[in-house]
Design a protein around this ligand. Structure first.
Ligand code: PLP
Length: 504
C-alpha cells in the first residue's frame, strides 16, 4: 500500500494522526531495508528482526504458485488458490504444520536439468535461493575473508552435507573430462574423517590414500609423497583432495604447495574446508593457494560455519564453470529447506552479527590453549603443540594407560590399554561433555578395503594417546568454563579409579 493510502485508511479508522505517523514511519524504514536488500543484494550490516524476516519469507511464498491458504492445509476443503494444478508435483502439502515449517514454500529449488535454474512455478523460491547465495558469498568475502577474485569468485548452495557435496563435485569433474576419460583416481591427503573418503567411492572413483608426515607434534602434508603419487598414477589422476579443517594433531594441508603441484601436472584440486570459514589463517592460506597454483573448488559445510541445522553445503570456486557444472550434474529438483535456514540466519545475523561471532571465537582462542595446558599440567599431561591448527586442540592422555609389562609385546600392550583410554571419552560424554575425541595409540580401522593404522590421528605412528576439543564458532564462554572444570574432575576421577584398581 502507498503511504498516502495508508494514512487515509488510518484516518477513516479514527486513529490519531500522530499515532499513524509513528507506525507508518516504521513501515517505511522496514521497506527501505527490504529495498536495499533487493537492490544491493548484499548482507545488511545490521541484522533484520524475526518479524521482518518472516515478512520477507511470506512475500516470497506469495510469489510462488499453488499456495493455498495455510490455515486449511492442502485438503481442498478450505479456500483454494487461484491456480488449479493438474501435474503430479504441484506444491501440495497436506499438513498445515509442515506448510508452516516451510513458510508456505513447497516447490524446493531448481529444475530437473539444473539445480540453479529458476523454477517457473516458483518465482519467489527461485529469487530466495539466488539471493541466499549472494548473501552467503558476501558473508564469506567480507566476513571470513576469502577473495572475491579468488576462491570466493563463484559459489553454489546445495541441500547436501559436505560429503555428498564433495561426491557431486567429483562426479562433475569426472564428467567434464568426457565419457571416454580414464581418469578414475583421486589422491587424498590422509585425514581420518569418513565422509570425504566415502564421497570418493560414491562418485565411482578410486581413492589412493597419500600418507601424511609428522613434524614435532603436528601431522602435516607429505608434499613429496603427493608429488610421487602424481608421478606414479600420471594420466589416471582426476583430482587431488586436500583438507583445511581438521582435528589436531593434524593441521591444515599445505594447500598452496599442492596447488602448485596440481597446476604443474594439470590435475583438479579440491579443498575440503568443512569448517574453515571461521578461521582467518585458513582463509588466507586458501587465498594464497588460488594465487600461486591451481584450486578448482572449495567445499564448506553450512552448519559448521553458519550455525544452521545439518544438511547444507556451499561449494566455492575461482571459476564459474566449475560451480555451474555441479548444478547441472545434480539429479533432480532439490529441497530448499537448508537454503531457507541459511537465508534466515544470515539476515538475522547481518554482517555485524557474523563478524561478532568470528571475533568472539578469536577472543576465546587467546586463552583456550593455556586453559587446556593448565588442566594438563595438573594431571601430568601436556597439550600437543600444533600452532597451525587454530580450531582443534589436543592434549596427551598417556598417563591414563598402565605401564607396559616386560613380558608383553608393544602391539599387545597398545591393544590392551586402548580400551581403558577410550573409556575416558565415554566418561566425559556421560558427564555431558560432547564433541571431544579420545584417540588411543595404534588403532586400526578398515574402510573401503584400506587399512588405516593409527586411525583418528591421520597418521600411522603418532606417539601419544590424546584427546581433542574444538574452539569453534558459536561456543559460549560458559560452555568452555564448564568444560575445563569437568575435564579436570573427570581426569581426577579416572586416576583415582585407576590407582584403586592397581592397589588391589
Ligand atoms: C564435518 C566434516 C566433513 C563432512 O561432514 P558432513 O557430515 O558430510 O557434512 C568432512 N570432512 C571434515 C574434515 C569434516 O570436519
Amino acid at each position: 500500500m502507498e503511504t498516502k493510502e495508508l494514512e487515509k485508511s488510518f484516518q477513516a479508522l479514527n486513529i490519531p494522526k500522530t499515532h499513524a505517523t509513528v507506525g507508518i514511519s516504521n513501515l517505511i524504514a522496514s521497506n527501505k531495508q527490504f529495498r536495499s536488500l533487493f537492490v544491493n543484494r548484499r548482507l545488511p550490516n545490521a541484522g533484520f528482526s524475526d518479524v521482518q524476516i518472516q515478512n520477507l519469507l511470506f512475500l516470497f511464498s506469495i510469489l510462488d504458485t499453488n499456495n493455498k491458504t495455510m490455515a486449511t492445509g492442502g485438503d481442498g476443503d478450505g479456500e483454494e488458490s487461484r491456480w488449479c494444478g493438474v501435474g503430479e508435483r504441484e506444491g501440495r502439502v497436506y499438513s498445515s504444520l509442515v506448510a508452516q515449517r516451510h513458510f508456505g514454500l513447497s516447490h524446493g529449488m531448481g529444475r530437473s536439468g539444473d539445480i540453479t535454474e529458476p523454477q517457473p512455478k516458483a518465482a519467489g523460491s527461485s529469487a530466495l535461493v539466488k539471493l541466499t547465495l549472494l548473501l552467503a558469498l558476501d558473508a564469506i568475502r567480507r566476513g571470513s575473508g576469502l577473495n572475491a577474485k579468488g576462491p570466493a569468485a563463484s559459489g553454489i548452495l546445495l541441500p547436501l552435507c559436505t560429503g555428498m557435496s564433495m561426491s557431486l563435485l567429483l562426479s562433475s569433474l569426472k564428467s567434464s573430462e568426457g565419457s571416454d576419460s580414464n581418469k578414475t583416481i583421486v589422491l587424498w591427503s590422509r585425514i581420518d574423517q569418513k565422509s570425504c573418503f566415502k564421497a570418493i567411492s560414491s562418485a565411482g572413483l578410486e581413492c589412493v590414500v597419500v600418507p601424511t608426515t609428522i613434524q614435532g607434534d603436528e601431522v602435516v602434508t607429505d608434499v613429496q609423497a603427493m608429488e610421487q603419487a602424481l608421478a606414479q598414477y600420471g594420466d589416471k589422476v582426476l583430482a587431488v583432495i586436500t583438507t583445511t579443517s581438521c582435528f589436531a594433531p593434524r593441521v591444515p594441508d599445505s594447500v598452496d604447495e599442492i596447488a602448485k603441484l596440481c597446476a604443474k601436472t594439470n590435475v583438479h584440486h579440491v579443498i575440503n574446508n568443512a569448517y574453515g570459514l571461521q578461521c582467518p589463517k585458513t582463509c588466507k592460506l586458501i587465498n594464497r593457494a588460488c594465487v600461486v597454483g591451481r584450486v578448482d573448488a572449495i567445499v564448506c559445510s553450512t552448519d559448521k560455519n553458519f550455525l544452521v541445522p545439518v544438511g547444507g553445503a556451499i561449494i566455492l570456486s575461482p571459476h564459474k564453470k566449475v560451480t555451474a557444472l555441479v548444478g547441472k550434474v545434480y539429479a533432480g529438483r532439490a529441497s530448499s529447506s537448508p537454503i531457507v535456514d541459511l537465508f534466515i540466519t544470515l539476515l538475522s545475523m547481518g554482517l555485524n552479527g557474523y563478524t561478532r561471532l568470528l571475533k568472539e571465537r578469536q577472543t576465546m582462542l587467546e586463552t583456550f590453549p593455556n586453559r587446556l595446558q593448565a588442566v594438563a599440567d595438573k594431571h601430568g599431561e601436556r597439550i600437543l603443540s600444533c600452532p597451525a591448527n587454530t580450531i582443534s586442540f589436543g592434549m596427551t592422555l598417556d598417563g591414563l594407560a598402565r605401564s607396559k609389562r616386560d613380558d608383553e609385546s608393544e602391539a599387545d600392550y597398545l591393544a590392551s590399554v586402548a580400551k581403558e583410554i577410550s573409556s575416558f571419552g565415554a566418561m566425559l560424554f556421560s558427564r555431558c561433555v560432547s564433541g571431544t575425541r579420545v584417540v588411543p595409540r595404534g588403532e586400526v580401522k578398515i574402510m573401503g578395503g584400506h587399512d588405516f593404522v593409527g586411525f583418528g590421528s591421520s597418521t600411522a605412528n603418532f606417539g601419544h594417546a590424546y584427546m581433542t576439543a574444538a574452539c569453534a564458532i558459536g561456543v559460549s564462554t560458559q560452555e568452555l568454563d564448564e568444560f575445563f572444570v569437568r575435564l579436570d574432575k573427570t581426569l581426577t576421577e579416572f586416576h583415582t579409579k585407576k590407582n584403586k584398581a592397581s592397589a588391589k
